[in-house]
Ligand binder design. Structure first.
Ligand code: FAD
Length: 424
């Protein structure tokens, strides 16, 4: 391979570029991205808005780094892929030839064609351009409605709340993120949201967004006819793979850009990784889209190995995710399903209702760990699951996973006693 072109400079595209460079000092690498010239950490977007970080603090590598690595960065929008000529063309007209092309085009915010979703004041939260829009809206806003209660919704809520804007969450479920979290953890989130004087309107669907006489948002209406006045509407009902470019180039797609376990599309010399990819497992007959930061990094690493002569399949390992619900930290390892009759759940919650631990066992082996308000060591939890330890075997080891010795001293005897009682 003489020339590698990567579209998208998020974690997946940039990891691919850096890992290829680490293995091959000679290949010409070009990364093209329309959002910003330099890679930044997308999960840190909220901290820029809240004034905790400057944009430059969210860039893991300084601008001079790329020259040293001999990675060419192009700030531009790719409009067309010509797979027969092996060329990509930018909106500016510039064209780049490739030997290998990587699509790492990320996600787009979901919308559902709601009446009024194009009004001034309606936005998602995905990129730097959304942040700019938000900055323009905030000075003229006193209240906001956030539609869709997930991980991005809570971040947008916290951002607006930090600027003194009254926030109402409109959620389809009866409790926050209850489609994913077990009831107890979900209720803990309701509690922390309401404790900050933000509102949750549960079991409610958006019907339409109403304009004022200037075409700006003035209110939303729910399907059961409730009108809530607001000047900002945050649409955060999830994201979907950005496959626009692939579709235009007739690269096969379904939910995302279809790739096999080597991250190859069905078009020769074109690959995809990160949020935009839908990875098919031909043996199992399954496929999945992974829209989280660390799997984007793993996929970039795997793809770089395949681009430089190895032949390895993508293995995401044991599922892990972490997030924050206001000040409440959340971590999950492995499989924590709400209702699976094969699973036994062991759940402990502190008396103040702000710390909890859930261990999930299936067939005598630990398969999942859910933590709220406590942080455990990634490696340790992974090992417990990999080694198929039982909950009984894990109990004496809990202290090894905890970062905070004070927490261990205070709560571990209580946790162990509670779980031991359940195990009897
Ligand atoms: C607000 C927010 C908070 C998040 N927090 C977390 C978190 O705490 N933990 C976690 O695991 N995940 C989090 N995520 C998800 C995580 O950020 C994404 O999974 C990850 O960034 C996706 O990386 P990616 O490289 O696949 O794509 P992206 O980071 O989306 O990068 C794709 C890039 O490609 C560019 N692009 C697309 N099409 C073109 C084109 N035609 N021409 C040129 N450029 C193009 C886009 O402009 C974009 O910059 C968060 C996401 C958001 C939006």
């Amino acid at each position: 391979m003489e020339r590698l072109v990567i579209i998208g400079n998020g974690i997946a595209g940039i990891t691919t570029a850096l890992e290829v460079r680490a293995r091959d000092p000679r290949v010409r690498i070009t990364v093209i991205s329309s959002e910003s010239k330099y890679h930044y950490s997308r999960p840190a977007l909220m901290y820029i808005f809240m004034g905790h970080l400057k944009f430059r603090d969210t860039m893991p590598y300084p601008p001079t780094f790329w020259e040293k690595k001999k990675i060419e960065l192009v700030h531009g929008y790719v409009e067309e892929i010509d797979s027969s000529d092996q060329k990509v063309r930018l909106a500016s007209g510039t064209a780049f030839s490739y030997d290998k092309l990587v699509l790492a085009t990320g996600s787009k915010s979901n919308t559902f064609g709601w009446p009024g979703e194009d009004l001034t004041g309606v936005l998602g939260l995905y990129n730097l351009q959304d942040l700019e829009k938000l900055e323009q809206l905030v000075p003229n806003a006193s209240s906001a409605v956030i539609v869709g209660g997930g991980l991005i919704g809570i971040e947008l809520g916290e951002m607006l709340h930090s600027r003194g804007i009254h926030v109402t969450f409109l959620i389809r479920e009866c409790s926050y993120w209850n489609s994913v979290l077990p009831d107890e953890e979900s209720q803990m989130i309701n509690h922390v949201i309401r404790a900050e004087n933000m509102e949750i309107v549960p079991s409610s669907l958006l019907a339409e967004i109403l304009p004022d006489s200037t075409g700006r948002v003035r209110a939303i209406v729910t399907e059961d006819g409730r009108e809530i006045s607001c000047q900002i509407v945050g649409l955060t009902p999830g994201v979907h793979p950005n496959k626009t470019l692939a579709q235009a180039a007739s690269i096969p797609t379904h939910k995302g850009i279809l790739v096999n376990q080597y991250l190859e599309t069905r078009i020769p010399n074109i690959y995809a990784c990160g949020d935009c990819a839908e990875i098919q497992n031909e043996v199992e007959g399954s496929s999945r889209v992974e829209s989280i930061w660390y799997t984007g990094k793993f996929q970039g690493e795997t793809l770089a190995r395949n681009l430089t002569g190895e032949r390895v399949t993508y293995d995401p390992g044991i599922f892990y995710n972490s997030a924050k619900f206001l000040d409440l930290e959340y971590q999950v390892y492995g499989t924590v399903q709400k209702q699976n009759p094969d699973d036994t759940h062991y759940y402990w919650c502190s008396k103040n209702g702000l710390h909890s631990l859930r261990l999930v066992e299936r067939g005598g082996a630990l398969i999942g760990v859910n933590l709220m308000g406590i942080r455990y060591r990634h490696r340790t939890c992974e090992e417990w699951i990999k080694q198929k330890l039982s909950v009984k075997e894990v109990l004496p080891l809990l202290g090894e996973a905890n970062f905070d010795p004070e927490f261990s001293k205070r709560f571990e005897p209580e946790i162990v006693a509670a779980f031991a009682e359940e195990l009897r």
